[in-house]
Design a protein around this ligand. Structure first.
Ligand code: HEM
Length: 362
């Protein structure tokens, strides 16, 4: 099965094609764990991640993934705002980790938000993903404790006749208008430049900022809408993701188009209009979510939705302005609830012999 290279300018797991299984885990440093202990942990974690990504075992391996290849496994490490206070590295804290603003529609659970360290595991096989999770958790030992964990999934490769953009649990084709690595300004939008950006410390060169939101979908309400009404909420067709103004999935939406009565074909509050870079001064991010389903709540409604992850070089030119706008006027708002939030500085990748975060921690 496919191996995703671990080493490189950027960490793996950012531009990788959506994987079938994901675990997001935040850790808090244990009381007394200092910068040295954190550095030793990142060294252990890096060693484990590079072995498993190549399909090798760890010492003391649990055997969970013995028969499988790497299955596109990636492990990505990030630092939360509180990491820097705990390790005496306040001066190295990026300004981009300033807390996200409050949004009026937030219903955030602090216990499932933030955290000192964040790990994203993705793989195309559930046993391979769990194997990595277990190995990393053991590496954390007495240095860091799990603060929260979320598990997600995407379509498995091979499920559709042709590879296609995945769907979310509302049934929409989701991910169409993501920036693409071949776009001229992709690196500039998604990654901190060499030497660090104007507002970034040098250790963030080649890194990116991840915004993570556990977004509950109110699926019983959503499923009560007709398909036509659902399409109005997004501004795209459910069947193939094409804009309501016609064409195929990749046709650009015509935001100016009006119907015979002079009303905009893509409604003023349609999600795809309100979120579009064209209506946000060019703000853009790479959205790489997983779906989740954690059973049912006390009212019998599915506890399901989107583990929204977006990547950008600067959260103030990506997530923040777009979410501010969505918060005010997105037709989708009535059908979703943001329940947890995290913002992490994800350093650049490392070369063989180095560990992730070394430039910060040494
Ligand atoms: C586009 C669904 C939350 C930002 C879309 C599309 C769908 C969708 C179906 C159209 C297809 C595509 O271009 O991918 C959802 C659902 C959400 C959600 C179900 C919550 C459960 C968010 C959030 C943000 C966001 C929180 C950012 C703050 C965007 C952007 C686009 C988009 C930037 C592309 C717009 C364009 O360039 O035309 N979303 N979205 N979405 N969404 Fe969301």
């Amino acid at each position: 099965s496919t191996a995703v290279p671990f080493h490189g300018k950027h960490q793996p797991g950012i531009t990788v094609a959506p994987q079938a299984c994901g675990h997001l885990i935040a850790f808090d440093l244990a009381p007394g764990a200092d910068r040295k202990a954190a550095a030793a942990l990142l060294r252990r974690w890096t060693g484990t991640a590079e072995r498993l990504a190549a399909g090798r075992t760890t010492t003391d391996d649990t055997g969970i993934a013995l028969d499988a290849g790497p299955s596109s496994l990636t492990v990505t490490f990030g630092f939360g705002r509180t990491f820097f206070d705990r390790t005496g590295l306040e001066k190295q804290r990026p300004a981009s980790l300033d807390p996200l603003p409050d949004f009026s529609s937030d219903a955030l659970d602090a216990d499932r938000s933030n955290g000192d360290l964040w790990v994203r595991i993705g793989a195309d096989d559930a046993l391979v993903a769990f194997h990595a999770l277990r190995a990393l958790q053991k590496d954390a030992a007495d240095t860091a404790r799990v603060r929260w964990q979320m598990n997600g999934f995407n379509r498995s490769s091979g499920a559709t006749a042709e590879p296609m953009t995945t769907r979310n649990l509302m049934g929409q084709v989701d991910g169409t208008r993501n920036p693409r690595p071949e776009d001229e300004d992709f690196d500039e939008r998604i990654f901190v430049p060499d030497g660090g950006g104007a507002k970034d410390p040098a250790w963030m060169a080649g890194g990116s900022y991840a915004v993570v939101r556990r977004i509950r979908m109110l699926l019983d309400d959503w499923d009560g809408l007709s398909v036509g009404d659902q399409e109005q909420v997004i501004g795209r067709r459910k069947s193939d993701g094409s804009p309501l103004t016609g064409g195929s999935e990749t046709t650009l939406p015509d935001l100016e188009a009006r119907d015979a009565d002079g009303r905009p074909v893509i409604a003023a509050n349609a999600h795809a209009r309100v979120a579009a870079p064209e209506t946000n001064g060019g703000a853009a991010m790479l959205r790489r979510p997983f779906s989740f389903h954690d059973g049912y709540d006390e009212k019998g409604a599915p506890d399901a939705g989107l583990l929204f992850i977006c990547w950008q070089a600067d959260p103030l030119r990506g997530f923040v302005p777009v979410q501010r706008k969505l918060d005010r006027g997105d037709a989708l708002s009535a059908f979703i609830r943001h329940e947890a939030s995290g913002l992490y500085a994800v350093p650049g990748g490392c070369a063989p012999g180095e560990y992730v975060g070394q430039r910060l921690l040494e």
